[in-house]
Ligand binder design. Structure first.
Ligand code: SER
Length: 585
């Protein structure tokens, strides 16, 4: 049985039982800032469980079915074993007050045993515990009425209760189906709403939320398939990896990790994520880099003794083909695998470019990082924040040198650093708290471009003296000894618009204050900065920084997100200080 067979059988099964087919939502949740990624099929339906939205008005039905793209990175260190993945598809049926336990259990039983002809090992139900939520005896009776021989195990909240995603939301007890000892299908009875304060309040309308991982099911349903990497969703790519590994010993686990991470990266880029040091972009960057360090010539091409001396983590030897990414064939392999889905087809060129750009950046970071290492220092925190070294690469390099890496210390610094970034962005706009409205964020990036343009066209003596950004316009005060001429204004506009048209990446890096000063990042006159600062770089295609400013953000990730830049007014503020007001149209 193929992945496509299972997807279509599942959807048809539920469509023919009164469910409306709804497309997968994006991997980046649209209206749920409390979570970075879509991790479950029910996420796009949260408002239907709470009554905030009406399913009949939107779907013409109280019952829907989906195949949902999901990303979960909590178990990233387990990836490479037989079952864990960072991206997977989840088959689900959902009801918002349409049906309840009896129907949900009967559908699941019928689909598994009759439609797919698989034998259920056992099922589990919710057992009451200290939380005060009662045991789910009703589900036991339903299962037993369907098959009196079925083993029913019972477990506390830890195992048989699901949700909510994020800080608050619908959640409830579950009943789970196991096949050959593996959890295959999670059926959630959404009857509670967990508040931010941690209280469980009953939902007015009870809902059903089920989720079954496609890859895991495929292992059970496919003949002769022993693990997720042998399914048709991975096997062709692993074959490609085997062919590409030149003479080196083929390292199965690393090949699996490369395949998993590249697949997830492709899916994330397709849904609009770009590599960065923040949020979804940070995860994407880590995935790409974790995959890259498992390919030997990438590190080896720098002929660095530290990498050569280390027992390479890879065993995968892929020659980068000229100007193409080392991942080129792998990416093409996944395009082929998913050609009949709606996930990737429209964005192929963009996906390849983004991943390749990140690869090039990483290579540069490696070169610089290795220079630091040659000086004799291995500081995993600086290597990660400044040069982009994943911790596993630093450990590989440190090992043969007999240098101990204190992981706890590294993790603590990273988490402090992330807290600091949040504080920094909170203080972004003078006179207010950070404003994350897209229009304001875009104008903020335009503000950086404007300063760079003024320094380029009017001269390097231009320095910022004040700024104010609203959703409508930006305002910048700057040191300048003359009224700008019309020609200067036009040149500044053209310069900024050219950078917007070039689609340049906006990259945030954390670094020690001294280093940021050394590289000449623009700073606010008279401001006091902490020891570690955040600097935003706008990089041209050759990796040159056309702008670098101390800044907490937020910013767009690419200048192509900005509209047309226009100066509205240029005027005097005081002797030697001018003011520009500008907009994006
Ligand atoms: N929300 C549940 C899960 O993700 C069932 O869909 O497991």
């Amino acid at each position: 049985m193929t992945s496509e067979d299972i997807r279509s059988r599942f959807l048809k099964f539920f469509e023919s039982r009164g469910h409306k087919l709804v497309p997968s939502a994006s991997l980046v949740p649209e209206n749920d800032p409390s979570v970075l990624f879509t991790t479950a099929g029910m996420q796009q339906f949260k408002p239907y469980y709470t009554g905030a939205k009406n399913p009949e008005a939107d779907f013409n039905s109280k019952n829907v079915t989906t195949v949902q793209k999901c990303v979960r990175t909590g178990d990233i260190d387990e990836v490479g074993d037989d079952t864990h993945l960072t991206f997977f598809e989840m088959l689900g049926n959902f009801s918002f007050g349409g049906y309840w336990k009896k129907e949900a259990i009967a559908y699941a039983h019928e689909f598994i045993t009759k439609e797919l002809g698989l034998a259920i090992d056992y099922v589990s139900i919710f057992k009451d515990d200290e939380s005060g939520i009662p045991a789910d005896e009703e589900s036991r009776e339903i299962w037993k009425s369907i098959d009196s021989n079925l083993t029913v195990t019972e477990h506390k909240k830890e195992d048989n209760f699901w949700g909510p995603t994020g800080d608050e939301g619908p959640c409830g007890p579950t009943t789970e189906i196991y096949i050959n000892g593996v959890e295959i299908w999670n059926i959630v009875f959404n009857e509670y709403y967990k508040t931010k304060e941690g209280q469980y309040t009953p939902l007015e309308t009870k809902g059903i939320d089920t989720g079954m991982g496609l890859e895991r099911l495929l292992v059970q349903a496919g003949a002769g398939v022993n693990n997720v990497y042998e399914t048709d969703l991975f096997d062709p790519v692993l074959e490609i990896l085997k062919k590409l590994s030149l003479g080196g010993e083929y390292h199965e686990q690393n090949a699996r990790i490369v395949a998993d991470h590249v697949r997830t990266s492709i899916m994330l880029v397709s849904d609009g994520v770009l590599p960065s040091n923040k949020d979804q972009g940070y995860i994407l960057r880590r995935l790409i880099r974790r995959a890259l360090v498992r390919i030997r010539p990438l590190a080896g091409s720098f002929a660095h003794e530290a990498v050569h001396a280390s027992a390479s983590p890879t065993g995968l030897e892929i020659e980068p083909a000229g100007s193409r990414s080392v991942f080129h064939e792998i990416i093409e392999g996944f395009f082929e695998i998913y050609k009949n889905t709606a996930y990737l087809n429209e964005n192929k060129k963009h996906i390849k470019e983004v991943i390749f750009d990140e690869e090039i950046k990483f290579r540069k970071g490696l070169e610089n990082g290795f220079k630091e290492i040659d000086k004799g220092t291995i500081d995993p925190f600086i290597l990660w924040t400044t040069h982009g070294f994943p911790i596993e690469l630093t450990m590989e390099i440190a090992k043969p040198k007999g240098i101990h890496i204190d992981l706890e210390d590294f993790n603590r610094k990273i988490s402090e650093h992330q807290k600091l970034s949040q504080t920094a962005s909170a203080g972004m706009f003078k006179g207010g708290l950070a404003n994350h409205e897209p229009a304001t964020v875009e104008l903020h990036t335009a503000h950086h471009l404007l300063l760079a343009a003024l320094q380029e066209i009017v001269g390097p003596s231009v320095k910022q003296r004040g700024s104010n950004i609203t959703e409508e316009r930006l305002r910048m005060d700057f040191v300048c000894d003359h009224k700008l001429t019309d020609e200067e204004k036009q040149k500044v506009e053209a310069w900024v618009n050219d950078k917007i048209a070039q689609g340049l990446n906006v990259v945030r890096r954390e670094m020690p204050l001294a280093e940021a000063e050394k590289i000449g990042a623009e700073m606010e006159f008279g401001a006091k900065y902490p020891e570690t600062v955040s600097v935003y770089f706008i990089e041209d295609k050759d990796g040159n920084h056309i702008s670098k400013e101390f800044c907490g953000g937020p910013h767009v990730s690419n200048t192509s997100e900005l509209g047309h830049f226009k100066i509205l007014k240029e005027e005097a503020v005081s002797a030697g200080v001018r003011r520009i007001k500008a907009v994006l149209g």
